[in-house]
Design a protein around this ligand. Sequence first.
Ligand SMILES: *Cc1c(COP(=O)(O)O)cnc(C)c1O
Length: 427
Amino acid sequence: MSNYQLETKCLHSGYEPKNGEPRMLPIYQSTTFKYDTSEEMGKLFDLEKDGYFYTRLQNPTNDAVAAKIADLEGGVAAMLTSSGQAANFYAVFNICEAGDHVVCSNACYGGTFNLLGVTMKKLGIECTFVDPDLPLEELEKAMQPNTKAVVAETIANPSLVVLDIEKFAKLAHSHGVPLIVDNTFATPVNCRPIEWGADIVTHSTTKYMDGHAAQVGGCIVDSGNFDWDAYGEKYHGLTRPDESYHGIIYTERFGKKAYITKATSQLMRDLGSIPSPMNCFLLNLGLESLPLRVERHCYNAQKVAEFLNDHDMVSHVNFAGLPGDKYHELAKKYLPNGTCGVISFELKGGRETAVKFMDSLKLASIATHVADAKTCVLHPASHTHRQLSDQQLQEAGISTGLIRLSVGIENVNDIIADLKQALEQAR
Ligand SMILES: *Cc1c(COP(=O)(O)O)cnc(C)c1O
């Protein structure tokens, strides 16, 4: 599918029905697959032949959707997971073990912060968090001899910090490690990090890719560009024999697909968290309309951000589409067609005004979610960061009046009218 434009790939990549086959991607809702001889089945277990035998490892519905996302991101292979959390965990754990270290942007999703800072630490993998806006020379200081990966988000959730991907690629590559970029908020419609030097791309497909709040899922895409053999000592899991598969060497046997094959055949085999074929079917439906939806999300968010920016009750708006935003220039470079539909803004009057505003909304719903078709809002001080005191909130850079707004694809005039009346109620 590589000659088609992205909009076409969203509809056609990954599944091409043959004569008389279903036009729509079928749901292979089966745990297992049947073979005529035990020898054929044996070859699958040895990774000698490509094929399906048990859905924890691979399933045709899942694989079709993974192939579509790999094509959209410009990668060579992809693996779907049951959540975005599982995707980020596997992306790192596939190349790290006890005694290793990773560097991660501190502008990242709370779940990623906990995963790398707390849970993976218990596995013996340490993480240093860095301010992504620091110059390269400063970032270099975080790199250690045992660093195995650099991790960051194209547009960070929820801070909306835009990543200088080329700077981070330089940081990673000058130390012989891959750059892993979580591209959830931008989606491949607005940015393809591999084109800027990222080696591995991850997604929470729960967000825009699905787009309808119907399924929780994740994805890891491999660019195929990182030369694991050149740093074979560091990545011996890929470059030395795997005793759990009769001594095969992933880079030797699978070339550019070594990383994803190892993730599937080791991590999925041993840790599970495969998405259900039904959920992959729903994700595929979402992907078909992704470019149309993303375009509308961005259009609506721009109008809403401009409205809020001009409103006397709003003290500040974070949205890289606004010319005055700190990340406007980076967004112009990496996301020239738009960033995403998520905005955060600060209400004068703090917590009380924020709560009154939220409770007065009629169209926008209060939900712990972002990046789907329906407009929703969240007040971090009362929800995601509820356990923090006002002082702790301040230290975390979250003011009591901060609202996170995920602009949906309703008619933008209806969204703005709703915000307007709720702001008046809160005045
Ligand atoms: C939501 C999110 C995740 C976690 O994904 P789940 O599907 O909720 O597990 C990871 N990264 C980013 C940027 C996210 O927005």
